[in-house]
Design a protein around this ligand. Structure first.
Ligand SMILES: C[C@@]1(C(=O)O)OC[C@H]2O[C@@H](O)[C@H](O)[C@@H](O)[C@H]2O1
Length: 465
């Protein structure tokens, strides 16, 4: 097969969605601990207090990974579990949890990939302004240095942030994630501080001479115009500029896309740069890019809003994604196949998306750090027969093979998710895992049909799928 010899067959999770133990052994609260307890914010007020209790059951879970033959495991570290106040005193019990997890993975020849930030900011830092405060970027550097010092001799694959567009977009534009702000100008400044935090963490990684690679994880979301009309094609290009170029250029090129930057600064005077920010971004590029692929979006122009935008007073909230929502909107593709959560299944978008990244950023190494089907899995005679997930993953492995055939340097594939876990706003009904968790039976784990299917994909190095 075309999969390179050292290609990693992995799987992914995130701390808040699997660990539970939300206040155990000295852990401090995160913004998701706080937010998920506000009535009405999540589906049926579900939260990660217990999640699937990975904090206490990680040895059992790692044994299941080993049984599957998993070659790599992507997980995130809960910042407030290590630094309950976001900075300063270290919670050694938290360090021990991750140290034991890493040792268990290594004992089974499973390569750890750490994500430093998967949305769970320490609440103490949010109380000081969160990502809108420049000081949070400095706190992130302190946190990253602690992780490098404690885990850097054993972990070689590091990503700073997961899906900045999601935690900034929902945190500061739609308001559906914490801190529930709806203001594009504040979103852009907060996003700038995330890029600075990333650059500071990359700089620290180099200064500490950690033996490994460090990258950034973004949503890979191709946009297709509904029609060939000029305005629809322009709308799709704008969606690409905002969803892709704005999020990727600063960490892969070290600069913002010039045209859009001119617009955001004319409209709202953001991002405001501090002296040295330019150089900081340019001098601390990623070793790889992590791509999270689920779906594509079909785009049309939004005429009336375009007119309104042209005499826009720049009032915050005048649009969605970075204030330009008025200029385009996402619509259903009449010929599309959709999941139960309305995401269009489009494997070709993975091939095209990877090649678009290669086209714009050159031969940057790529990991597919998330890809999976969120579904309510069928249970037949007590067995979880998740054929739709097997079919979804098979099609995307085929699409990945095409990109590698076309010369893309793809080094690993991490289906989301290893185990059924908390879906931020959808509770536990939206399942992604190879392993089922029975919430009616003390969170007992059960292997799904896809567990055995992926076990064979790994054993055959992708030949059988
Ligand atoms: C919103 C939701 C979900 O739980 O359904 O989408 C699927 C998957 O996407 C990723 O963006 C996130 O890293 C991960 O936490 C999951 O989050």
């Amino acid at each position: 097969s075309v999969f390179p010899k050292h290609f990693l067959w992995g799987a992914a999770t995130a701390a808040y969605q699997v660990e539970g133990a939300h206040d155990a052994d000295g852990k401090g609260p995160s913004i998701w601990d706080r937010f998920s307890h506000i009535p009405g914010m999540t589906y049926q007020n579900t939260n990660g207090d217990v999640a699937v209790d990975h904090y206490h059951r990680f040895r059992e879970d790692v044994a299941l990974m080993a049984e599957m033959g998993l070659q790599s495991y992507r997980f995130s570290i809960s910042w407030p579990r290590l630094l309950p106040n976001g900075r300063g005193n270290v919670n050694e019990a938290g360090v021990k949890f991750y140290s034991d997890l890493i040792d268990a993975l290594l004992a089974h020849n499973i390569v750890p990939m750490i994500t430093l930030y998967h949305w769970d900011l320490p609440q103490a830092l949010q109380d000081e302004g969160g990502w809108e405060a420049r000081s949070t970027a400095d706190a992130f550097e302190e946190y990253a240095r602690l992780c490098y010092a404690r885990f850097g001799s054993r972990v070689k694959l590091w990503a700073t942030f997961n899906e900045t567009i999601v935690f900034i977009g929902h945190g500061y534009i739609t308001g559906s994630h914490p801190p529930s702000v709806k203001d594009p100008a504040r979103a852009i400044q907060a996003c700038h501080h995330v890029f600075i935090a990333h650059a500071l963490a990359v700089k620290a990684f180099r200064e500490m001479a950690i033996d490994g690679d460090i990258g950034f994880v973004n949503v890979l979301q191709p946009h297709t115009p509904l029609t060939d009309k000029k305005e629809d094609r322009a709308a799709a290009a704008l969606a690409d500029a905002i969803h892709t170029h704005w999020l990727y250029d600063p960490v892969l090129l070290g600069t913002y896309p010039a045209e859009l930057l001119a617009q955001t600064q004319a409209l709202w005077g953001v991002p405001r740069f501090a002296p040295g920010d330019d150089a900081l971004l340019r001098q601390n590029r990623c070793d790889f890019i992590g791509l999270n692929y689920y779906r594509r979006e079909t785009v049309v122009a939004n005429e009336e809003a375009t007119r309104q935008q042209s005499n826009n007073s720049g009032e915050p909230g005048s649009g969605g994604e970075f204030g330009f929502k008025g200029l385009f909107k996402f619509v259903r593709n009449p010929d599309g196949v959709y999941t139960d959560w309305d995401w269009e299944i489009w494997p070709q978008g993975l091939t095209d998306g990877i090649m678009m990244i290669k086209e714009r950023y050159g031969d940057i190494p790529v990991y597919i750090t998330e890809n999976g089907l969120g579904a309510k899995d069928p249970i037949i005679n007590g067995d979880i027969i998740d054929d739709p997930r097997i079919e979804y993953l098979r099609m995307h492995i085929n699409a990945l093979e095409k990109a590698i055939d076309l010369g893309a340097d793809v080094r690993g594939y991490y289906p989301w998710s290893f185990i059924d876990l908390l879906s931020w706003l959808n509770g536990y009904k939206k399942q992604y895992g190879f392993v089922y968790v029975d919430h009616s039976q003390d969170l007992v784990r059960k292997r799904k049909k896809s567990f055995f299917w992926y076990q064979n994909v790994i054993a055959s190095h992708g030949e059988e799928r």
